[in-house]
Design a protein around this ligand. Structure first.
Ligand SMILES: [Zn+2]
Length: 307
């Protein structure tokens, strides 16, 4: 590809072994432009050590449209495994792009990535509040008490506005069959994943990913209730009103341009988590790589489902 984005010589937090931002973009530049279109959704501007920078949020989609596989990474800047795994496998992505429609947003929050900040505007705190996430979709989702109005009056940020707008617009031409939103979790040593699609916690793809995590030696919390009150079913949390881009892509109805309309209603929406607490990055990347390499098979299975 030729993204030809003029990259500032931007320092990157690399203490955990993550790729320098320059290497991330150089890898993405190898996506074949005969197969992929790309667009800059937003230039994130920020100050680091007294200097101003701007980094682009770039979205890719195959030229081939239709029922699609969606791969999302790097929404939270302190979770480097997904953007690192994705940029290690550009050849694989070019390969599947010849067979199936794909939407790829590999690094949703570059300004967070280079600083190891969770959000574009904040490092971590408060941990349980995901309000300024670049994937925040509350302005497009129905209010939980009164479904005739949106949950929030306006987007939390320009970043979130552009990302969620792209997701809604693109979902009409690249209907999401499977969404893989790749995250990490540094808050706990025992983890669970999320399944926001039509089958919720019973999605066989979610179960397969839990098994994969177990095989890779990750400690899965199979049962119980989270602090937020969500029930864990065999390592999976089902449908959730968390205002995320995952809820948006799974939604039957969305609020857009002043009224409600049909939402993307993705079949399977899986949010992968890998524990980053005391687990080396290489081991976490290995899991994201495996899920990525299975994504075409998962997609074909999801696309075949009739409900
Ligand atoms: Zn995350």
């Amino acid at each position: 590809m030729t993204i030809r984005v003029p990259l500032p010589d931007c320092r990157t937090y690399t203490k955990d072994g993550r790729k320098h931002i320059r290497d991330v973009f150089e890898a993405l530049d190898k996506l074949d432009d005969k197969l992929w279109n790309h667009e800059v959704l937003y230039w994130q501007q920020f100050t680091m050590k007294g200097k101003r920078y701007a980094l682009p949020i770039i979205a890719f989609r195959t030229k081939q449209r239709g029922k699609a596989l969606w791969i999302i990474g790097g929404i939270h800047g302190e979770e480097p495994a997904a953007p690192n795994a994705i940029t290690d496998h550009i050849g694989f992505l070019n390969d599947i792009a010849q067979r199936i429609p794909v939407v790829l947003i590999p690094l949703c929050n570059p300004a967070g990535y280079v600083r190891d900040w969770r959000y574009p505007d904040a490092k971590r705190i408060p941990r349980d509040y995901d309000g300024s996430s670049v994937g925040n979709s509350e302005h497009l989702l129905p209010d939980l008490r009164k479904a005739t109005r949106p949950r929030a009056r306006k987007p939390v940020s320009e970043d979130a506005d552009r990302l969620t707008e792209f997701a809604l617009k693109t979902a009409t031409k690249y209907q999401p069959q499977l969404v893989l939103d790749l995250h990490e979790d540094d808050s706990t040593r025992s983890l669970y994943i999320f399944s926001q699609g039509r089958k919720g916690a019973n999605d066989p793809i979610a179960k397969e990913i839990v098994n994969l995590l177990v095989r890779e030696g990750f400690n899965i919390r199979m049962k119980g209730v989270t602090k937020a009150g969500d029930k864990i079913c065999d390592g999976v949390i089902g449908k959730l009103h968390d205002g995320s881009i995952d809820e948006l892509l799974a939604a039957k109805r969305v609020f857009h341009d002043g009224s409600f309309r049909r939402g993307p209603h993705a079949k399977s929406v899986i949010v992968l988590e890998t524990t980053s607490k005391r687990v080396p990055l290489a081991r976490r990347i290995a899991v994201h790589r495996e899920v990525l390499l299975l994504s075409e098979r998962f997609f074909l299975a999801a696309a075949k489902e009739t409900n």
